[in-house]
Design a protein around this ligand. Structure first.
Ligand code: GRG
Length: 338
């Protein structure tokens, strides 16, 4: 560990509470959806504040150790799962479910919302490992392997992944078995070769490789980032009782916001501080990573992200005012500061 990394970790431990998942992690946005017929004043902050508390509670309960022998692995899982984070994927899942279900949407979607955050956290733990991105700071805290060692961190990630599927299967209530199976299949696909793992391998292959194209970059980010956001929205829609056609519209929406999410991430890497991000800023440039900012420039990247969001929002036009939370989250994705 370099002296600089040790200093960052010491500072981050002191500042950890500043990054805790509070309402203030989100910018205050009052958004008006631009779809003329459904224009709705919608307070995203109020919405997020009402969702994040129950999500945090469900997350904490999902990794409690039940026997002394599992205390260590559960502590490592909980350390990363409960380290903060914007909880975008769980919120998207619940919001999509609410768009279709007339009652009990949050209860129906919560186990999948938890599973999505478990999978996402697993990917962050593994992404930060010395053999991958080798990072010491995540969500404003030292990374899992810095605290628990590489061996336990790998196992904590693995355990979060397998527990995510178990959690959906065991805990989802009031939804038919075929819908639950469809959700689990989608979650599984989003992690494998056509999801996180495939995207990460392509990313590693392109690292420092001259000639990486926009198409390569798009493939990487669709699989590393957008696919899990897509599953979050599609799963919520399925659990809420959407038809196949409605699920397809949600998937198109989510793919666009997922890609925009990653373009925004590339932008934040050059425009935000490590303190704001809760992870090492400027890492992409330091490691000569191909990013949207590198290929398109800062201004063009901002325009691309905004265009994707506008396109995404059109997909939800058929759902009228019920789409207001998802439309507001779409705007937040490109307006966020961390
Ligand atoms: C082990 C099977 C297996 C797969 C993992 C390591 C890996 C393969 C993939 C890496 C995926 C990765 C880290 C993608 C980046 C996604 C991204 C934009 C993360 C930041 O998400 P935010 O901003 O973070 O939602 P918070 O902390 O707010 O949750």
């Amino acid at each position: 560990m370099t002296l600089l990394n040790a200093a960052i970790i010491a500072l981050s431990i002191q500042c950890a509470s500043a990054f805790a998942p509070t309402k203030s992690s989100y910018p205050r946005i009052t958004t008006t959806t631009s779809l003329s017929e459904t224009a709705t004043a919608f307070d995203l902050n109020e919405y997020l504040a009402s969702k994040v508390g129950p999500i945090e509670q469900a997350l904490a309960a999902s990794v409690e150790s039940k026997i002394p022998q599992t205390d260590k692995i559960c502590e490592a899982m909980s350390y990363s799962l409960m380290a903060g984070g914007k909880r975008i994927r769980p919120v998207l899942c619940i919001a999509a479910c609410e768009m279709f279900a007339n009652e009990g949407a949050q209860e129906k979607a919560m186990p999948t919302a938890v599973a999505l955050e478990m999978i996402h956290t697993m990917s962050l733990i593994h992404d930060d490992l010395p053999s991958m991105d080798n990072d010491d700071l995540r969500r404003g805290k030292p990374t899992c392997h810095v605290i628990y060692g590489e061996d336990v961190a790998i196992l904590a990630g693995d355990s979060l992944l397998s527990t995510s599927f178990e959690h959906v299967a065991r805990e989802t209530k009031g939804v038919s078995a075929d819908k639950i199976v469809s959700v689990i299949a989608r979650l599984g696909k989003s992690v494998g070769a056509e999801g996180l793992a495939g995207g990460q391998v392509m990313d590693l292959e392109c690292e420092g490789k001259p000639g990486t194209t926009l198409d390569d970059l798009k493939w990487i980010h669709i699989h590393k980032t957008a696919t899990l956001l897509q599953v979050a929205v599609a799963a919520g829609a399925i659990l809420g009782g959407a038809t196949d056609e409605e699920v397809a519209a949600c998937e198109k929406f989510a793919m666009d916001i997922g890609l925009a999410f990653q373009v925004a991430d590339d932008i934040l890497d050059v425009t935000a501080s490590s303190e704001d991000l809760g992870k090492t800023a400027g890492k992409d440039e330091a490691t000569d990573k191909t990013t949207y900012v590198k290929l398109l420039g800062l201004e063009e990247s901002k325009k691309y992200a905004r265009d994707l969001i506008d396109e995404a929002k059109e997909c939800l036009a058929p759902f009228g005012e019920r789409a207001a939370p998802l439309l507001a989250i779409a705007d937040y994705i490109v307006d966020r500061k961390n």
